[in-house]
Design a binder for this molecule. Structure first.
Ligand SMILES: [Zn+2]
Length: 458
């Protein structure tokens, strides 16, 4: 099976290398900002000309928004805009122009209704203080040294790795992996290199291909399995909260930047800010590590994993729950399970958002109309089953995989399937949702089917 994967390693860079990296990231930003300003000025010029009544064909010509078009203009103008351009790799400018081309395309697609999700805003100028310094190399000498402790990148030369790159190096040496690009970026006060790699993976089977596990994710426990296993929620953010608050207070006592007066931050503010950033990065690292271990174990063990389709974005709007849900990493859990089950030859079944997994009895199938959250044990009035609420829900999810799935959405083995249009009960449960939410399509006037013209167009 061929996959595109990322291998990320922390770097130990020298001060001179940090300067070189920041110069490259800065060059990317200059190319981005200059090209964005040019795109904007042409747009403004055209709209001004239109307001004077200039004919459409006499307007200032549009500039191309594609990467090749942006690069062509940049290469003509770079001698004037950035006379120092020879000091950095051309890949730096390409990084910035590529980001702009993508941003403009996403804005355009979103405006035409060709892109799912929230509306995308027009690209904004990048600031040296706010943007994450990053540069991507797609050509030239990109390799891991035979000692597996250094990488070589164009212009930057040999960079020392903080950890061994043996997992990637072994694959490259065996010919099962090919490095496509390398991105260097600073996150959490540390520089990282991420290789985008096409990998030829060996086909694998889960340890128990016939076994099914239902997983109920929550806050009280990170996950409850239908086998009766409880996976504790480590609550890294809660643990770190005392320290984060102290660091935040310490930061607020220092002299920070002020845009209105143009005050620059003090050195102590910068150091305190870096300390707070590192503390947050550590929480994120701990969370990611725990999630990876759990999802790997599930995908390697069970042939079928069943989870709920949780509306994470909606739950994050709940102010009381948002911090805990974000800390548990529900959405990331789903994402990791989706690709890891494919890698391991298993399948992931996603239950319908309205499937009443908590309200259904896992033994007799009776459905309760109401089940308050404070009731931690499920007691069935029909058959007398008494079971932990979350284990009951997990068992219902596991049973879903056995039921035949919807022929329209079910894709069978080796993929992500959705299921669970079975029994529904309770208020708000009889709602049909389309996977991925409402679709926005730009419909031409008078093209609606005759029986669907009931609504007034906006
Ligand atoms: Zn029952």
């Amino acid at each position: 099976m061929q996959t595109v994967q990322a291998y990320q390693f922390a770097l130990d860079v020298t001060p001179a290398q940090v300067r070189a990296l920041l110069a490259h990231a800065g060059a990317a930003r200059v190319a981005f900002n200059w090209s964005l300003a040019r795109v904007k000025s042409v747009l403004d010029q055209r709209s001004a000309e239109r307001s004077y009544g200039v004919a459409e064909e006499l307007l200032t010509p549009v500039v191309g928004w594609s990467l090749p078009a942006l690069r062509r203009v940049w290469n003509v103008e770079k001698g004037v805009v950035a006379p120092w351009w020879r000091e950095v790799s051309k890949e730096a400018f390409n990084t910035g122009l590529d980001a702009l081309a993508r941003g403009l395309k996403q804005w355009g697609d979103s405006r035409r209704g060709q892109r799912a999700g929230r509306p995308v805003g027009f690209p904004r100028f990048k600031s040296r203080h706010r943007s994450i310094p990053s540069v991507r190399f797609t050509t030239g000498a990109i390799r891991v040294e035979p000692d597996r402790k250094h990488v070589v990148l164009p212009r930057l030369g040999r960079l020392k790795l903080h950890e061994s790159a043996r997992k990637l190096a072994r694959r490259v040496e065996a010919g099962t992996a090919r490095i496509m690009s390398a991105t260097v970026r600073r996150a959490g006060g540390r520089w990282h290199v991420a290789f985008t790699v096409t990998v030829e993976r060996t086909d694998r089977r889960p340890e128990r291909p016939a076994a099914t596990v239902g997983v109920d994710v929550g806050i009280r426990h990170l996950a409850v399995l239908s086998t009766g296993e409880f996976v504790a929620n480590p609550r890294h953010l809660d643990t770190a909260q005392t320290r984060l608050r102290a660091l935040g207070r310490a930061l607020s006592r220092k002299q920070g930047p002020d845009r209105r007066t143009g005050r620059v931050p003090s050195q102590r503010w910068r150091r305190a800010s870096a300390r707070l950033g590192r503390a947050h990065a550590r929480v994120a690292d701990l969370r990611r590590d725990g999630l990876h271990k759990l999802t790997t174990r599930l995908a390697c063990t069970y042939g079928t994993v069943v989870v709920e389709d949780l509306h994470v974005a909606g739950m994050l709007r709940n102010r009381r729950l948002a911090r805990h849900i974000a800390d548990a990493g529900f959405a990331e859990f789903r994402r990791q399970l989706a690709y890891k089950t494919v890698w391991n030859g298993g399948r992931l079944v996603v239950a319908d958002r309205w499937y009443p997994s908590s309200k259904t009895c896992s033994r007799c199938g009776a459905v309760k109309a109401k089940l308050p959250l404070r009731e931690r044990t499920y007691t069935c009035t029909s058959c007398g089953l008494v079971l932990d609420r979350d284990v009951n829900a997990a068992r219902n999810l596991a049973d879903l995989a056995v039921q035949p799935t919807d022929p329209e959405t079910g894709t069978g083995m080796g993929g992500v399937v959705s299921a669970g249009s079975g029994p529904v009960a309770g208020r708000g449960a009889i709602q049909k949702t389309h996977f991925g939410g409402q679709e926005a399509k730009n419909r031409q006037p008078d093209t609606a089917p005759a029986d669907q013209t009931g609504t007034v167009p906006s």
